[in-house]
Design a binder for this molecule. Structure first.
Ligand code: PLP
Length: 378
């Protein structure tokens, strides 16, 4: 079997597989983005966005990948005076740090080793020093398969009065985020992750407090300009029209499925993946207490690099998993199980991994990984 993008088992950490209904939705002739028909589509998207975020609020659609949403959020909200606190424990946290430092003047960065949680006591201690006006962090650190425990961090941020700005790109619609309860002021979601739409749109949720704090950041990504246009179901600049059509359909699918159901299924797929990984005799990369429900990151089988492992999955079995980023390249593999990923995806993947490990004489308990998946199926 050779790699075939049309039929592959596609489990990278986003973009994720796209439902045929969403793909078909993009096959429309050009639309006038200033006309009534398109305004109707934007209206529907605005009505549906609370399904994605689990709450109503000020919600913006930005043409651009997730990073555009992050740049919009940080450039418009990190304070010009006062301190900004950035937490990082992976590649995307480090990127947050770089973006924030472009726009904020006084930044304190709290780092933990990649794959380890930033201790909440350290966060509290930093907040106690005072003058922190914004706290920025990645909810789900996709690079290392770790979900930061916002339930522990959020109350401290709330008590401090700082704005709470969250990169939810690989978390939204995959990991519960009670925005209001936790006092989150801004969250960025990426279209290509839990929502299972194509890559290229960022969705930003803002609290009332965040809207009041907006200041002009970059020109293209000015959140105030986006909000103003959206009041008329319009966009400030030419939007990626086909992606908006796909977004509407992906939101409709999510509404039909129900956000709670998608979160629950993602959690069960993650638990099955973790159990299967243990049965294979392999080790998770992150601290297992913080293992992500959307992305399972695993240390490569001992003695096997990408050519012996992930590339065999791709070439021999038409299965796409993701490798490690930066220093983790060739050292870990990542299974994305968010969006519309489902049980058959895991069955095929773990069957193929068992075969590869068995051929290499490294499979401790034949059939056990599959058993762990099957036993967790609904
Ligand atoms: N932040 C997180 C947590 C991500 O997972 C990603 C992409 O995987 C990004 C930021 C960057 O998003 P994009 O590549 O869509 O710009």
């Amino acid at each position: 079997m050779t790699f075939d993008p049309e039929t592959t088992t596609f489990l990278i950490a986003g973009p994720v597989r796209i439902h045929p209904r969403v793909l078909r939705a993009m096959s429309m002739p050009s639309l006038n983005h200033r006309g009534d028909y398109f305004h109707g589509i934007v209206t529907e998207i605005r009505e549906l966005l609370p399904v994605l975020f689990g709450t109503k609020g000020h919600q913006v659609i930005i043409t651009g990948s997730g990073t555009a949403g992050l740049e919009a959020m940080y450039s418009s909200l990190v304070p010009k005076d006062g301190r900004t606190l950035v937490l990082t424990n992976g590649n995307f946290g480090d990127r947050t740090n770089s973006i924030v430092r472009r726009y904020a003047t006084n930044v304190t960065t709290l780092s933990a080793p990649w794959g380890q949680a930033v201790p909440s006591v350290a966060v509290k201690a930093e907040l106690a020093k005072g003058d922190v006006k914004a706290v920025c962090l990645v909810h789900n650190e996709t690079s290392v398969g770790l979900a930061n425990d916002l339930a522990l961090i959020a109350p401290a941020v709330k008590a401090s009065g700082a704005l709470f700005l969250v990169d939810g790109i690989s978390a939204v619609a995959g990991i519960p985020l009670p925005i209001e309860e936790w006092g989150v002021d801004a969250v960025v979601a990426g279209s290509q992750k839990g929502l299972a739409a194509p890559a290229g749109l960022a969705l930003v949720h803002l609290s009332d407090r965040a809207v009041a704090a907006l200041h002009p950041g970059t020109f293209y990504l000015d959140l105030a300009a986006h909000l103003k246009s959206l009041e008329k179901n319009d966009t400030p600049w030419t939007p990626a029209v086909p992606l908006f059509l796909a977004l509407r359909e992906a939101l409709l699918l999510l509404k039909e499925e129900g956000l709670d159901h998608r979160l629950e299924k993602t959690h069960r797929l993650a638990e099955a993946s973790r159990a299967a990984v243990r049965a294979l005799g392999l080790e998770l990369f992150p601290d297992p207490r913080y293992a992500s429900d959307t992305v399972t990151a695993v240390k490569n089988p001992p003695g096997m690099g990408d050519p012996e492992f992930r590339k065999v999955l791709e070439r021999q079995y038409n299965i796409l998993l993701q490798g490690g980023q930066a220093a983790l390249a060739g050292k870990i593999f990542r299974i994305g199980h968010m969006g519309i990923a489902d049980w058959p995806d895991l069955l095929v993947t773990f069957a193929a991994i068992e075969r590869i490990l068995s051929r290499a004489g490294k499979l401790p308990a034949p059939g056990q990984a599959l058993r762990e998946v099957v036993d967790r199926m609904p």
